[in-house]
Design a protein around this ligand. Sequence first.
Ligand code: BGC
Length: 775
Amino acid sequence: MLRFLLAAALALTTMSPAAAQTGSPRVESLLSRMTLDEKIGQLNQVPGGRQRALNSRLDAAALERVRRGEIGSFLHVAGAAQIRELQRVAVEESRLGVPLLFGMDVVHGYKTLFPVPLALAASWDPDLVQQTAHVAAVEASAAGLNWTFSPMVDIARDARWGRVVEGAGEDPYLGSILATAQVRGYQGASLADPSSIIATAKHFVGYGAANGGRDYDSADISERTLHEVYLPPFYAAAQAGAGSMMTSFNDIAGVPLTAHPALVRVVLRRDWGYDGLIVSDWNAIPELMNHAIAGTPREAGAAALRGGVDMDMAGNLYSAELKGAVEADPTLLPMLDDAVRAVLLAKERLGLFDDPYGRADPAREAAAMLTPEHRAVAREAARRSMVLLKNDGDILPIAASARRIAVIGALAEDANSSLGSWRAQGKVEDVRPLIPALREALPNATLTYAQGYRPEAAQVVAVTASGEGAQAVHEVSDAEALAEAVETAKASDLVLLVVGEHFDRSGEARSYTDIGLSAAQDALADAVLATGKPVVVILMNGRPLAIPELAERAPAILETWFLGVESGPAIADVLTGSVSPGGRLPISFPRANGAMPMTYAHLPTGRPAAEDLVRDTARYRDQPITPLFAFGHGLTYSRFDYGPLEVDRASLGATGGVTASVVVRNVGAVAADEVVQLYMRDPVASVSRPVQQLRGFRRVALAPGQAKRVSFELTPAQFALWTDGWATEPGAIQLMVGAASDDIRGRAEITLTEAGRFATPAPAVATPSTESIVP
Ligand code: BGC
């Protein structure tokens, strides 16, 4: 198969294809009038600044380059006035008047910051996720932007990789659903609407599989895993119409994705019919020389173009080298034309040729940001993203009788961390922090606060690929601060212990071998728990944490991630019980650093993991075989009973569908949401299959005593496995329904009577679901 792919890729890149037409007369006409230099200019994306210093590089020289047609796009620029001026020069003063693309990492909000992507994924609420992306687009477009480098749809199963914070977690089905939701949210019904922006599915592909969880490192992925785990969310994004994709920094088995025709030209372009704009990652084209697959800048440029990369992000290499490369090797010219077509087509889809200034309207910009409506979406998103990991003795919600409450841990007052890793124009002063929100929500309680250790700004410890200095914080144990925290705890009826990680510990280039708490936080947690007071742990973090001891000793743990501008009030809503938590983990929590990578969807192996240590099985001897908290786990302030899982037919051919349904009843005393999860297993197949795979879910709101029937409609394509294409094999398929991957409440089985072949990756097929009240 791989041999076939490579051969096909070679054929595609060496053939000189009759110019692939876009079907757009305007694009074709423009292309026919462009000089080679103008074409290359379209492929050049230059930074107008950095993420935290937007527009800092926009000067007269930049305008001059625009005038000469040397720039196709800027990134890290914003502001309607600045962008209007750049666009004016491009449209009115360059020879062909081609408008510019303006891109930025608008990842979880532009001005109104929402929970970080991993947190949003924990909502298991695609509509909500779509709404947050829509608000982000409304704000970003008002500031002149027409392109975001989001969603990051990389599946991640190793929490040492700091970028788990930017994605939807470990599962390709959940990841595909949320990729679709985000693309729809950013792009709206039409890209030509001036409040829509182009979405970028990134990083194509396998970036989350970096060896050892080290950012940028090589990945070595089997073809089956590539198709079954890493590619499906990209397929879903492509189907949803994502206007752009970004290739990833990493190599797979020695082939960097910045120069990977077999995946970009064959799988993405040919097999999936993708016609959007493909952009490199930041400076990744020159870095092909570091990968050591190109000896000179010119070879690097030619390799990237052959690999199907249309636009050079910040590498300044296409602009410096492509001319020489094409002159030396004219077979590159049709590829260059196709790359220019992709850029022009993106501009046309955005309506830029007809309305270049629609997104650069200072009046709209002034009115669009952080409106009460946008804040309300942020509050709702933050509420729905929290995951109640543990709640022994129903210690939460906070009892009305709790009079003296101690809030302990410096993260409690770290509003900066609430903004998360990509913050576009989010500002600390826009964050509503935790402590004042708690005071407001608990007017009859006395709230005391102690830091417990000293957070100290450290020197820049790393510079990311996009050139940003790290803002690392050292958490320093301090005997006085610790003693004060212990006294504060002792003088309270209830402790809210806020621990986790500073926001800048997760994100790009933030890989760590140790994903437990810092020594200072560990000491604090230990001392506070030793007081014997009831302790509720509030976690703030961007990745799963290995905190087995804390999880054992603390009676309650609320995972709050980094929740954005409405962080404080939303946490207060949940702690006080005005809202029941309903989020679920989109990624497993390990018990130890050394237990990664891990996933609930593992293969059974010949010696399936067993608790009994006398047997030799697939496990670590020094840890239980279960994760600390499983994929899909999350509690509420209520309890739910599940009826049997019913299927409307016992067998299925290669077409048709089966409906699986279950009645879920709220048997507790408060209204709460249950996330009903549907898993499958193919118990015997020609190749070993995962013990569980998510194939459907629905977040259902239930009043106390209320019951609803939740139904899922499945088709044979969803049971397929990858063997040189997607195929089903005759035999049994087991279905499981439950409240988490480790809390299965009902099972059913159907038989596939025929083999089938399918075009869509199984995890990228969305399962329609419905709910109806059962009297
Ligand atoms: C990241 C991308 C990001 C780009 C532009 C790179 O370092 O990997 O995810 O879109 O910078 O900021």
